[in-house]
Design a protein around this ligand. Structure first.
Ligand code: ASP
Length: 302
C-alpha cells in the first residue's frame, strides 16, 4: 500500500478525512497525523480531547499530547498543559529539538507561549456542566470512565511512518496526573523501518506494559500487525489478571510499514482505517473470550 492511516474511536472520522486527503495528495505522514489529531482537538462535541475536554478534579482542562517521527525516532510530548489550542502541534514542535523534548505544565506552557502557539480556554459550558453534575453526585471524587485518546498512525507514499496522540486524560483526574498518552513507548511509538502503534484506555494499565513499544517490537521480530497487536495487549492483560485479578480497559492500534493494520482490545472499540486500497471505514473491535473480533461498524455513526 502506498499510504495508509488508522485512528482511534468514532470521533476520529472527521480528522481521518483530512488526514486521508493529505496522504492522497502526496503529503507527509507527519502532516497527516498532526492535522488529523488537531481537527479533533478543535471539536467541542468530543469530551475527551482538546476544546470541550473533561476537567480534572479542580475543574481545569489539562491536556496531554505526543508525536513521533518514525524516520528519525524523534519524539515530542506535552503533559498537563492548560490554555492552548493544540497540544499535538506543541508536541510536534518539541520533536524537532535535540533535547528537552517532553515538557509538562508551566514549562510546556511557557514554551508554547514563547513559540507563538495559539492560546484557548478549553473549558466549554457543556464540559463545565458535566463537571458540576459529577461534583454534585459524588462525595469522594475519583476518576471514572469518561476518557478516550485520539491516536493517529500514518504511512505516506515515501514510506515514512508517524504517530500522533491527544487527550484530556481521565475525567476528575488528580491535578498533575499524567497517563500513558504523552509517554513515548506507552501511548505511541513509530519506526518507519517497522511500523507504529498507539494506545487508548486506562493509562495506568497501558504504562505497565509499555504497550505501544511492545507491539512494534513484536512486528520487528516478524509478526504481522494483527498478531503483534493481539500479542502485546493479551500478554499484558493476562499478566494483570494473574497479578491483580483484573485488567482495566485497553485498546491498541498498529500500523505495519506495509500499510496493513492490526487492532486489539478488551472493550468495545471503534476505529477508522483507510489506505490507497481501502476506502475509509469505521470498524468495531470487540473482545470475545480474550480474542479480538473485528467487523464493520454497523450502528449509526451519527
Ligand atoms: N489513555 C488515556 C489516559 O489514561 C485515556 C484514554 O485513552 O482513555 O490518560
Amino acid at each position: 500500500m502506498s499510504w495508509a492511516l488508522i485512528a482511534t474511536w468514532q470521533m476520529a472520522l472527521k480528522g481521518a478525512a483530512v488526514s486521508k486527503e493529505i496522504l492522497e495528495s502526496h503529503g507527509s505522514a507527519a502532516d497527516a497525523a498532526i492535522e488529523g489529531v488537531s481537527v479533533i482537538e478543535d471539536e467541542p462535541s468530543f469530551h475527551s480531547v482538546g476544546y470541550g475536554g473533561r476537567p480534572d478534579r479542580e475543574g481545569h482542562v489539562t491536556l496531554d499530547g505526543g508525536f513521533m517521527d518514525g524516520d528519525t525516532l524523534h519524539f515530542g510530548a506535552v503533559a498537563s498543559v492548560e490554555g492552548f489550542r493544540s497540544p499535538v502541534r506543541i508536541a510536534a514542535s518539541l520533536a524537532r529539538r535535540e533535547a528537552n523534548n517532553f515538557l509538562c505544565a508551566e514549562g510546556a506552557e511557557r514554551y508554547a507561549l514563547e513559540h507563538g502557539f495559539e492560546q484557548r480556554d478549553n473549558l466549554t459550558e457543556e464540559a463545565l456542566e458535566i463537571y458540576r453534575k459529577e461534583v454534585d453526585q459524588r462525595k469522594k471524587l475519583s476518576a471514572y470512565d469518561g476518557h478516550d485518546t485520539v491516536c493517529f498512525l500514518t504511512k505516506d507514499e515515501k514510506g515514512s511512518v508517524c504517530a500522533a496522540v491527544s487527550t484530556s486524560g481521565l475525567f476528575m483526574k488528580d491535578p498533575g496526573r499524567i497517563g500513558d498518552s504523552p509517554l513515548c513507548g506507552s501511548g505511541y511509538y513509530a519506526d518507519s523501518e517497522i511500523g507504529a502503534a498507539a494506545a487508548t484506555g486506562l493509562g495506568e494499565e497501558i504504562i505497565k506494559g509499555s504497550l505501544s513499544f511492545a507491539a512494534v517490537a513484536y512486528m520487528e521480530a516478524g509478526m504481522d500487525a494483527q498478531s503483534a497487536a493481539e500479542k502485546a495487549l493479551r500478554s499484558l492483560e493476562a499478566k494483570l489478571i494473574a497479578k491483580n485479578g483484573k485488567a482495566e480497559a485497553m485498546s491498541l492500534i498498529v500500523l505495519n510499514k506495509d500499510g496493513s493494520c492490526g487492532v486489539s482490545t478488551n472493550v468495545d472499540f471503534p476505529f477508522v482505517y483507510a489506505s490507497d486500497q481501502n476506502d475509509q471505514m469505521l470498524y468495531l473491535a470487540r473482545s470475545v473470550d480474550h480474542k479480538t473480533v473485528i467487523s464493520p461498524y454497523e450502528k449509526d455513526p451519527a
